[in-house]
Ligand binder design. Sequence first.
Ligand code: FES
Length: 155
Amino acid sequence: MSDRPKPCACTPIATRLTRRAALATTTGLLATACAKASRWEPSSVVADGGVIELDLNEHPSLATPGGMEAFKVAGVRSPILVMRIENDAFRVLSLQCPHLGCTVRWNNGTQQLECPCHGSTFDDVGRPTKGPAKRQLASYRWQMTGTRLHIAVAT
Ligand code: FES
């Protein structure tokens, strides 16, 4: 039997998330418009010296607590998820499943990140809530300067 991940049959949807959706969630996290985890369509960004810089004026989904947005960073295997959790605090997670590397997605219905390949789930901090994945999602360091969020993505 192969260890390769099963292909995903999910339908692609946009992951740019609305402010209104953020306000509608009980945990304050934004979500997709689909009850089931679907394929992310992250924004593309380029790292300079291992750091990406996001001007929050250009990312309204991150302007208020509860917002989130996925990004595909050139040279980084899996997308990252940037979540504004409160005031000027953020959480930045890798969307690479620690089991076999599929891309996990946020599910608004369950308020979890879900892996489409073998069903692992993770809470909004990235801790596994259901296997087979046993490790949590990797996280990235960040720093806020004015309206600019800098995220260290170098490995
Ligand atoms: S790759 Fe197997 S659960 Fe995610």
